[in-house]
Write a protein that binds this ligand. Structure first.
Ligand code: GLP
Length: 251
């Protein structure tokens, strides 16, 4: 594990974009795992900028971590819409090479199998982007999800629905109760993983994920077992790490 700490969000996003651009330049047909949430927005803006300056993403295939169950892909709070607005409209990844779980599917179990298989058929994920929830969730894998889980239907924790209410008119009851999420095993099978976290409100969760025990009660702690993982943090999110953590580098 490598932990890189940046003075602010901007430099964290720039560094993450450099890592993604390096991956795409080295392997133009890269398979990328993408995430939603506010944390990756700066990275997506920077990738859009790099695309305008010549970065070619036409060979890239993408898989998103998750989508709400029961909302239309055109719903303004869907992750489908989020990805279009914040990344896909601004780069040249062909739409047929972007995949997001179909939360509106009639047969959700079949959709989970399709999604997992689609990732395998694409050759697996080369570089997976993650954020982290306040309860340590990755994707929408809430606490106590078994580490062996592949793409599955999840019931969102009350805390997660409150955190995501900002996309649903600030009303937690409007946030869908369920989602489809790539599983912990799906995530752990990615060749490389970059987790982004910013803000003081994530500091305790980040410290527990990195320095605490590996436990299903804090899903992100499983990343300690991955051979190629980078935590990119701003100073605030790194605020509760012990200063003598041997994996920690300040940028
Ligand atoms: C949602 C997403 C996660 C994301 C988390 C954190 O729950 N499913 O993938 O990591 O939000 O979001 P934010 O970056 O806005 O704090």
């Amino acid at each position: 594990m490598q932990i890189l700490v940046f003075p602010e969000r901007k430099s964290l996003s720039l560094h993450a974009a450099k890592m993604f651009a390096a991956q795409i330049e080295a392997v133009p047909e890269s398979v990328l795992g993408l995430a939603t949430g506010s944390t990756p927005l700066g990275l997506y803006q920077e990738l859009a900028l790099q695309h305008r300056e010549g970065l070619n993403l036409s060979g890239v295939t993408t898989f998103n971590l998750d989508e709400y169950v029961g909302i239309d892909p055109d719903h303004e709070a869907s992750f489908n819409q989020f990805m279009k607005t914040n990344l896909f409209q601004h780069v040249n990844i062909p739409a047929a090479q972007t995949d997001i779980p179909r939360g509106h599917a009639g047969d959700l179990a079949a959709e989970c199998s399709r999604y997992e298989q689609a990732i395998r058929n694409a050759g697996g994920i080369d570089l997976q982007l993650l954020g982290i929830g306040h309860n340590g969730h990755i994707g929408f894998n809430e606490p106590n999800t078994p580490f062996e889980t592949v793409t599955h239907v999840v019931t969102l924790a009350a805390k997660t629905r409150v955190a995501n209410a900002r996309y649903f008119g600030a009303e937690p009851s409007q946030v869908p109760e369920k989602a489809i999420s790539a599983g912990i095993k799906t995530i752990m099978q990615a060749k490389k993983i970059i987790l982004l976290a910013a803000g003081e409100d994530k500091a305790e969760t980040v410290a527990a994920a990195v320095e605490g025990p590996v436990t299903t009660s804090l899903p992100a702690s499983v990343l300690q077992l991955h051979p190629q993982v980078w935590f990119l943090l701003d100073t605030d999110a790194a605020g509760k790490l012990s200063s003598n953590n041997p994996d920690l580098l300040r940028a």
